[in-house]
Design a protein around this ligand. Structure first.
Ligand code: AHR
Length: 659
């Protein structure tokens, strides 16, 4: 009988047989009568929880950078995509030229000739699945131009909506045969989610145009070349301790030529050479021929963002191997004896981030506007690499980094999977190489997450620390949902309980444009106007805003809570605020009553409860309904001698109690 109740009440078993009850989508709670006994010891202060522990991993996937976080509204602003008119619709006599360019690393520009009346010559830009503009806001249009014929040329700039109605217009006169930068402010008199940018020649003649750029003035912190304010705010609200960037697979490239090269991503934005984005062609069933990296959001901007977020930067660099999934050509792997330029990239990056403003790379940082160092302390070499190919390349990196920068914490990898041959080979090698952290990636099923809450309990306490650098619960339909969020919340209790082993954790991927995604689930969805925080986002936020400073002992029957009676739990002390933090996931359909037997605390104490809960397993937040699943906060008062927790079915609760 008890067995059958467990069967009926366990999410673990539900998801194992997902065709069964879970397919009903709504799971009706059942009453639970038994009172379970938890033992919490406030005097037994355990491992320190890294202040950097919960962070974010950013990659330009799903139009996360260009078309997303990066504020630029014009796609292919420099006409450098493989097909230079991608994103543009030319009208009349418009050609692409490369002679006497203004920017040597982005040499293509557009030449527009207007001779015949009754026609028009111009260009439309479609933006990134349209251009999102808000009524009354100001948008800075800048471009470089020169006349080819003698007389000045007047250009008109329009914003038009989906119905082709004009709703903003400005004119600029271009004079002279030398390249000159022009700017004008557009102030739309209505909002549009998918506007088109249009430029039209008003006077006859020939004109050259380059780097046509449109930015909202209201970027985060009103920065020029800035980031979309609402998306940065969503990151800020996560209070991330660490920020891993810029990938992911884009670090590797499908061949070495298309790997992410950080040196291409700094200096004047106009002259940062663009790169194809591998998510342009990775999935045969989801091609995005308009997906390139402008590098407008480059390493300097990433470091600035880390400062804004008060998060530790954690850049990932190529180890000299192209993506091992996609490229099996041995010639695409940089030979070990030719690896020095790759190692120099790592050493130079440390100087760019941390060196004095008088050093070669520190000077560039200072000239870009940041004389003070960024104080980078983490550096990852390689993303999802495996085998001897990786080890023999990582080794010389580690040697030189240790010699020249013993202060840098080196992150090595454990391959693309959470276990298996590559993983089992790499972990001992990481120990031998004495890297500081090992990056683990796990995109796994709900049952894996629920079954792995004890994963880190048995890890070697004396080896490198774990950085769970990419993880997300992937159900069959690969959608974000309350179910996946709850499974992640349950699993993460095991990370936090093992904070002496796991010191960093970042969900992946971070962003996805609703009209241009390649991969899901993702933490934050957006369109050109709005942001949607998923239930998974709220789980991350509940952890990151309530980390505590030290692990406390919390058990049931002398065992950590790793799924017994569908309960997963961890406790922490916040020495800074003198608070007790208890996180409990109930993944079963029964209400759970728990008596918290506390050693080391007496009397009544006030605090808060943040609760994420639903009986709709597939409930999700959408653009139309962004707040379907949000944590609800309430005040609580506990009596330490008699603290009874009433845990709702399918819930994640975070108690924060003032001591
Ligand atoms: O997060 C999406 C991709 O998953 C990353 O680019 C890669 O590291 C992993 O395979």
């Amino acid at each position: 009988m008890r067995k059958s109740i467990r069967k009926a009440t366990s999410l673990f078993l539900l998801v194992m047989g997902a065709a069964g009850l879970l397919a009903q989508k709504t799971v009706l709670p059942v009453p639970g009568t038994e009172v379970y006994q938890f033992a919490l010891d406030v005097n037994k202060v355990g491992a320190e929880i890294s202040p950097d522990m919960y962070g974010v991993f950013f990659e330009d996937i799903n139009f996360g950078a260009d078309g997303g976080l990066y504020g630029e509204l014009i796609k292919n602003r420099s006409f450098e995509f493989e097909h230079p008119f991608t994103g543009w619709t030319p009208y009349g006599n418009v050609t692409i030229q490369t002679k006497n360019p203004i920017f040597d690393r982005n040499p293509h520009y557009a030449r527009l000739s207007y001779q015949k009346e009754l026609t028009f010559t111009g260009l439309d830009n479609e933006g990134f699945r349209g251009i999102g503009v808000e009524e009354g806001e100001k948008y800075d249009l800048t471009f470089y131009a020169r006349t080819v014929t003698n007389d000045p040329i007047t250009l008109r700039f329009h914003l038009v909506n989906e119905a082709n109605d004009l709703f903003e217009e400005k004119k600029v006169e271009v004079k002279g045969k030398n390249w000159t930068k022009y700017s004008v402010t557009l102030t739309p008199n209505r909002s549009a989610l998918k506007a088109t940018f249009r430029l039209v020649m008003e006077t006859k003649g020939t004109v050259d145009l380059e780097h046509i750029s449109l930015f909202p003035q209201k970027t985060y912190n009103n920065r020029k070349n800035g980031l979309r304010a609402d998306l940065v705010q969503a990151l800020k609200d996560l209070k991330p301790g660490v920020f891993r960037f810029p990938g992911g697979c884009i670090v590797e490239g499908n061949d070495l030529g298309t790997r992410y090269q950080w040196k291409h991503s700094i200096g004047a934005v106009e002259n940062r050479p663009i790169n194809i984005n591998r998510w342009n062609y990775t999935f045969h069933y989801k091609k995005f021929n308009d997906y390139y990296q402008s590098y407008g959001l480059g390493f300097y901007e990433y470091f600035l963002l880390c400062e804004d977020l008060d998060a530790e930067p954690l850049p990932v660099l190529s180890c000299g191997l192209a993506c091992q999934y996609e490229n099996h050509d041995p010639n695409e792997n940089c030979p070990v004896d030719k690896l020095q330029p790759f190692i120099d990239d790592a050493l130079d990056l440390i100087e760019f981030a941390n060196g004095p403003a008088t050093s070669k790379w520190g000077k560039i940082r200072a000239e870009m506007g940041h004389p003070e160092p960024f104080n980078m302390k983490y550096l990852a070499i390689g993303n999802e690499q495996w085998g001897e190919l990786y080890i023999e390349r990582l080794e010389p990196f580690v040697k030189q980094l240790r010699e020249k920068h013993p202060e840098i914490l080196i992150v090595g990898g454990s391959g693309p999977g959470s276990e298996g041959e590559a993983f089992d080979h790499l972990w001992p090698e990481m120990k031998r190489l004495e890297v500081d952290l090992v990056d683990e990636h796990f995109y796994r099923t709900p049952e894996w997450f629920l079954g792995s809450a004890a994963r880190y309990d048995s890890y070697d306490r004396n080896g490198p620390k774990v950085f769970a650098g990419e993880y997300a619960c992937h159900p069959n339909n690969r959608e974000n949902s309350f179910l996946t969020a709850l499974c992640e919340a349950a699993f993460m209790t095991g990370m936090e309980r093992n904070a002496d082993v796991v010191t960093l954790a970042t969900y992946a991927p971070l962003f996805a444009h609703v009209d241009a995604w390649q991969w899901r689930p993702d933490l934050i969805w957006f369109d050109n106007h709005s942001v949607v925080r998923t239930p998974n986002y709220y789980v991350q936020q509940m952890y990151a805003t309530n980390p505590g400073t030290h692990v406390l002992s919390l058990t049931m029957d002398n065992q950590p809570l790793t799924g017994q009676k569908d309960l997963y739990a961890t406790a922490a002390l916040d020495k800074k605020t003198n608070e007790l933090i208890v996180k409990v996931a109930n993944t079963g359909m029964a209400h759970r009553r728990v008596k918290m037997n506390i050693n080391g605390l007496t009397g009544k104490h006030r605090g808060t409860l943040s609760l994420l809960h639903s009986t709709e397993m597939e409930a999700k937040n959408t653009i139309a309904d962004p707040d379907q699943i949000v944590p609800v906060k309430s005040d609580v008062e506990i009596d330490a001698a008699d603290w009874q927790l009433r845990l709702k079915p399918f819930s994640f609760s975070v108690y924060r109690i003032k001591l």
